[in-house]
Design a protein around this ligand. Structure first.
Ligand code: SF4
Ligand code: SF4
Length: 110
């Protein structure tokens, strides 16, 4: 079971253009998260919801120093270039996970 924003786009098929649905990163951490965040299961804590574009984004690409404490802020753009290559950001969807919507009955008060 993974939790995603209700407005997140549906997951495209494997090989289609990435639409920022967040399914892959909510299902399990990628190698970047495993190495730099020491996160080995669960939804990646660097996965960010961006309401302005109604999509998920990788926080390790956008603001890695917020997640990796030892990384100087001045190194973020250098680091982001490497992360972009490591996770193949902006390319086709490489996740074969399937996602089916479920309705939450929890009243969060929002
Ligand atoms: S790679 Fe696929 S599953 Fe991951 S965010 Fe992009 S479209 Fe969604
Ligand atoms: S580090 Fe980025 S690409 Fe990797 S799982 Fe986390 S949010 Fe996704």
């Amino acid at each position: 079971m993974i939790w995603l924003h209700a407005s997140a786009p549906g997951k495209p098929a494997l090989g289609q253009a990435c639409n920022g649905c967040g399914v892959c990163c909510a299902a399990e951490p990628c190698p970047v998260a495993r190495v730099f965040l020491w996160q080995f299961k669960g939804s990646c804590r660097a996965l960010e919801w961006h309401a302005d574009v109604q999509q998920y984004r990788c926080g390790m690409l956008l603001q890695a120093a917020s997640y990796v404490r030892w990384l100087p802020r001045g190194w973020q753009s250098w680091f982001a270039k490497r992360v972009r290559r490591w996770i193949a950001a902006g390319t086709a969807c490489d996740s074969d996970a399937s996602a089916a919507a479920a309705i939450s009955t929890t009243n969060s008060g929002e």
